[in-house]
Design a protein around this ligand. Structure first.
Ligand code: FES
Length: 330
């Protein structure tokens, strides 16, 4: 047993006053009903949140004094969540203050380390406390609490929907297709092989179809760098060499590390450099990573000429552009 310390003979506590619900069964019943009402209001608040989120249109406005024209959906979501959390908290506090055990106990001071017997006693007391809280004997509180608590977590889950739809396979696709013309960025002009001298670099995008609009997301995935070398400078296998045209090679401009624009080209070394974390890619070897954190080369776009002599894509990218984690299966 733990060693007891000398108790205070008179700690100066005022006499304990019993609450009305402890001595009056009618007051206890009334308190029980009040707690149940508070939990039910919490459940109603959560239902208001759910209704507003799913069924109130985003463009509905209502006039409120002081606030003026107010978006009904936002109002319902805000009030519903506030009521849901407020009333479940108030209900729990009211339950604790009116109905939970209200006994004053004297805890004798003793050494801090608990003996096994004391720990067993604690577990026993916790179980007795749970019983004394009256969950078993007060089914009204139990049921309303279960209902309110079950609903209270829903707003957090439902709000995840506002993060937008899952990207699915979108991140793996670009607008490059077989036959898509390469156009200058800016300018949107088709580009011919003769427009690029040896050593030159150009940024290109896929040509827009009539009525098509280009979004920032499109540019973030579609941007391609064209670089012209002397054909003899390439160290490529036969397939990758066939993806070039007269020394012109095309790579995704989106860094395979974390998606920055690979914007620096060193003409003498024929290296592409990403300014974010200094990943360096060797253009002569199909953008192989020769320095930095990037885990894979920049995807190469296969190019050729159309009947008018304009550069076009031979096929879509053969792998996702951008950060490599898109390719991970786990
Ligand atoms: Fe290019 Fe990190 S984003 S090196």
């Amino acid at each position: 047993m733990s060693k007891e310390l000398e108790p205070l003979s008179d700690p100066g506590l005022p006499e304990h006053i019993h609450r009305k619900a402890d001595i009056d069964p009618i007051a206890a019943k009334r308190a029980e009903q009040q707690v149940a009402i508070l939990f039910s209001l919490s459940a109603l608040g959560t239902l208001l949140f759910i209704y507003s989120f799913f069924f109130v249109k985003e463009d509905v406005f209502i006039f409120l004094p002081v606030l003026g024209n107010t978006n009904a959906q936002q109002l319902g979501i805000g009030l519903g969540m506030a009521f849901g959390l407020f009333f479940i908290g108030i209900g729990a506090v009211h339950w604790a203050k009116t109905l939970m055990p209200d006994q004053e106990v004297i805890a004798q001071r003793h050494e801090l380390k608990s003996e096994p017997e004391d720990r067993d006693a604690l577990v026993k007391a916790a179980k007795e406390g749970a019983y004394a809280a009256g969950l078993g004997r007060r089914p009204l509180i139990k049921r309303s609490l279960i209902g309110a608590a079950a609903l209270a977590g829903l707003p957090g889950v439902i709000l995840l929907r506002d993060l937008g739809p899952l990207p699915g396979k979108d991140l793996e696709k670009t607008n490059w297709k077989a036959g898509t013309r390469l156009v200058t960025d800016p300018g949107d002009r088709p580009i011919k092989a003769s427009d690029l001298e040896v050593g030159a670099v150009a940024q290109v995008l896929p040509e827009l179809l009539p009525g098509q609009k280009r979004t920032l997301e499109d540019i973030g995935k579609d941007a391609v760098l064209l670089i012209r070398l002397r054909p003899a400078e390439f160290q490529l296998d036969a397939e990758r060499l066939s993806w070039t045209h007269e020394g012109i090679i095309a790579f995704s401009k989106i860094c395979s590390h974390m998606g920055c624009a690979v914007a620096l080209y060193e003409q003498t070394t024929k290296h592409l450099l990403c300014p974010c974390h200094q990943s360096t890619f060797d253009v002569t070897r199909a953008a192989k990573v020769i320095f930095g954190p990037s885990a894979r080369p920049l995807p190469q776009l296969a190019i050729t000429l159309d009947s008018e002599g304009n550069l076009i894509a031979k096929q879509p990218f053969s792998e996702p552009v951008g950060p490599s984690f898109w390719e991970r299966s786990s």
